[in-house]
Design a protein around this ligand. Structure first.
Ligand SMILES: *Cc1c(COP(=O)(O)O)cnc(C)c1O
Length: 463
């Protein structure tokens, strides 16, 4: 079988290998990498995988996307997950389930992809004889997951920028309490937008970019998507009855996690309808109901990891749903930049809504869901998961039949204030991270100023 080749959603590049795609992140034409053709698992192979462990499913799925000769680390990458099933299913109702993606080192679903990205990046860079300085602006979950993934790894350095005093203590501690020479945390005296602008400015600075070997691990990286297809494969095969499908409700921000469900379906996994669950930042809900994709102002909610108005991975779905029309995608993305939005062509929209629906869950409904789940089951769920469950319920009311799985994307203890406000109970940290508040923190405070940040990176990593 020839190895998978990748092309850009904007048509400027084709024929890229997985190794190219892994390290580049974004395509040089500004587009996102997608497979030239989607691989699939044969019915016999799928039957074999029913009941397989997470690692065994990973070992079957990953080579389809990365090639047979690329090491895939499936047997060790998820060792740090604190649950023997890695991503266990929990039954919530007759045909309603939670898929817990929260047992990794930072208690959020981003660990699933990042724990794999760590060894993959290290290996890819070592083979290319390169070193990379990864910079990452975070408003919460991504930074911690990146630190836990990259700490101590060869060929990589990681600098995480967070807005000083503007993220929760739990989130900050997941980033700042890991002591490793190749990791640096910058507490920027500014906002998250300042952090993002600083990262953009570093990438725009060609001399600096080459000097430090600048790179990123953001959610448009295709490698993150394929790591996330694994739990759709395992859970759909576990719950499928007599060849029936399993539907998913996914708390959505950048559209990476739910796109992984769509990719699992292309693989042949019995995935049915995909429910996009959004908070009050509802660009996707508006887009799927009206066809108009138009970012609004970001509003702050209890589910900050979904406080996003531009949903980057949606570009991949637009590309696929238009039959691979790179000219269309390039045109729409140009309109987004110059006119602040675009209209999805009717035919493309109807292709999308055959497989996806979307619901907006407001702040009150989110809190209500946390309260009712606690009252009915004694279980504490975080606000992101609550949005998923509320959307699943609406999907059910709209007529979905059979199993519905809601992805639980963060542990309640990661958002203690919102959980306690809704339920009256303060969630506690699980055993594997219970010492979080006793660990020493490592961070450097800097002004939101490009030269200061660049200077700190050069100095700390002795470049
Ligand atoms: C990142 C994140 C999401 C959104 O995932 P996307 O792939 O960006 O759609 C949802 N919940 C939590 C807790 C997250 O950290």
């Amino acid at each position: 079988m020839p190895d998978m080749r990748y092309r850009s959603t904007r048509g400027g590049v084709t024929g890229q290998s997985f190794a190219d795609v892994l390290l580049a992140g974004l395509a040089p034409d500004g587009g996102l990498f997608v497979p030239e053709t989607y691989p699939s698992l044969s019915p016999a192979r799928l039957e074999d995988l029913a009941g397989a462990s997470f690692a065994d499913a990973a070992a079957a799925v990953l080579p389809l996307f990365i090639g047979q000769d690329t090491p895939h680390f499936a047997d060790t990458a998820w060792d740090r997950f604190a649950h023997p099933a890695t991503t266990p299913l929990v039954q919530m109702g007759a045909d309603d389930f939670l898929l817990e993606l929260v047992h990794g080192p930072t208690l959020a679903f981003k660990d699933v992809a990042m724990q794999w990205l760590g060894p993959m990046f290290s290996d890819g860079l070592a083979k290319a004889g390169r070193q990379m300085t990864i910079v990452c602006a975070t408003s919460g979950d991504t930074g911690g997951a990146a630190v836990e993934a990259m700490a101590g790894r060869q060929a990589t350095r990681l600098c995480v920028l967070h807005p000083e005093n503007r993220i929760s203590e739990v989130q900050r501690r997941f980033m700042t309490t890991v002591a490793a020479d190749n990791v640096m945390n910058l507490a920027v005296r500014g906002t998250f937008d300042d952090c993002q602008s600083l990262v953009k400015a570093m990438f725009a600075d060609e001399t600096f970019r080459h000097q430090v070997g600048l790179g990123a691990v953001n959610s448009i990286n295709w490698a993150r998507i394929i790591a996330q297809t694994i739990y759709y494969v395992t859970s759909s095969l576990t719950l499928s009855r007599q060849g029936g499908v399993v539907h998913y409700a996914v708390p959505t921000g950048n559209f990476g996690d739910i796109l992984a469900g769509w990719v699992a379906k292309r693989l042949g996994a019995p995935v049915g309808h995909l429910i996009v669950a959004t908070n009050e930042n509802d660009i996707l809900t508006r887009c799927l109901s009206t066809g108009s994709y138009r970012p609004d102002r970001v509003v702050e909610t209890q589910s900050p990891s979904m406080d996003i108005q531009v949903s980057s991975n949606f570009e991949r779905l637009l590309f696929e749903a238009s039959g691979g029309d790179a000219d269309l995608v390039r045109h729409l993305m140009h309109q987004l930049k110059t006119e602040g939005g675009f209209d999805v062509p009717t035919q493309v929209l109807s292709t999308i809504t055959e497989e996806f629906s979307a619901y907006r869950v407001d702040e009150e409904a989110t809190a209500d869901k946390m309260a009712t789940v606690f009252a009915q089951s004694g279980r504490l769920i975080d606000p992101h998961t609550a949005i998923g469950l509320a959307a699943a319920e609406r999907g059910r009311q709209a007529g979905l039949q059979g199993p519905i799985v809601t992805l639980s994307t963060a542990h309640a203890a990661k958002f203690p204030a919102a959980v306690e406000a809704a339920t009256g109970v303060a969630p506690t940290l699980p055993p594997h991270v219970r010492d979080l508040f006793g660990r020493p923190e490592h961070m450097i405070s800097v002004d939101a100023e490009l030269e200061a940040v660049k200077g700190q990176i050069l100095h700390s990593f002795a470049l």
